[in-house]
Design a protein around this ligand. Sequence first.
Ligand SMILES: C[C@H](CCC(=O)NCCS(=O)(=O)O)[C@H]1CC[C@H]2[C@@H]3CC[C@@H]4C[C@H](O)CC[C@]4(C)[C@H]3C[C@H](O)[C@]12C
Length: 328
Amino acid sequence: MCTALSFQVDNNHYFGRNLDLELSYGQQVVITPQNFSFKFREVANLDHHFALIGVASVVDNYPLYFDAANDHGLAMGGLNYPDNAYYADSISGKDNVASFELIPWILGQCATVDEAKKLLANINITNQQFSQQLPPSPLHWLISDHSDSIVVESDRDGVHVYDNPVGVLTNNPSFPKQLFNLNNYRTISAATLPNQFSAQVPLEDYSRGLGPRNLPGGMDSESRFVRAAFNKYNATWDQHDEVANITELFHVMHSVEQQSGLDQVATNPAKFEYTIYTVGYNLDKGLLYYTTYTNNQINLVNMNKVNLQGNSLTAYPFVNDQAINNVN
Ligand SMILES: C[C@H](CCC(=O)NCCS(=O)(=O)O)[C@H]1CC[C@H]2[C@@H]3CC[C@@H]4C[C@H](O)CC[C@]4(C)[C@H]3C[C@H](O)[C@]12C
């Protein structure tokens, strides 16, 4: 399970993502500079492209991105979409892009959601595997720029590119169903509303916080979709203060985190899915902030501190140790 979202506060643009899983793929924070050569299976290679910062497993010097942003402020995350994702064989005349190539192919060339839509117009997401050990993962993708978001789903009936007016994505069911489900929560409110149950039943406003009481609290993907959207739209953002906004972003992301021990893996009952990492990108400045399950401190990696004209990857292992601030 995973959650991703984007939001804007005046001239500041952010993108957040939780990775919820019971195992690690050896992921790190990886910066890909503009002259790193992206070799693709069928579409033309990208020898010169936009620079990327994100979370990836590096295998054979290839960054397999889970989520990333480019130096023009476009961000993208791949989230689990099991049983629905369907990748086809190559089709001649189409842009045949393997599922694991989609993030670098889009972020390497597109500065905006509109440009991504144009590039996606002729796509076929193929079922080629990165390697025998790494078969294709069933994913769908959230793509966001400074003002818009779209969702890409490759289903049995073809590739769909949906406008995403709320800028949130979790997992199953398909995006149109998740978006429709928000209608069921239209009376959830940050304010405590008057008793509408019946004038004949004197119900009391006995506690603060009754307005959003029926916001779903579950770890499942429908609950997280509704909760992430409500919490994002009702969060108190600041026009100017980057630290305040990043702090708020991590509160929203952690409001849909998976606490370890609560989400047992059906196929392996000794394991529990938990929020391995949370990232928050500042899309204007090329910044990647993160926390991990065992390190609540916010860590920052700045893409501009490496030579973005270079041709080799820079990888930073996650800092997983808890940083306790000793006060006395
Ligand atoms: C599993 C994760 C989604 C989290 C999630 O939702 N977990 C629910 C588990 S459960 O379904 O509930 O049991 C997804 C998100 C991004 C994915 C990587 C993308 C790059 C690369 C693509 C290659 O083709 C295969 C290997 C590869 C490293 C991928 C591994 C894995 O698939 C990643 C980590």
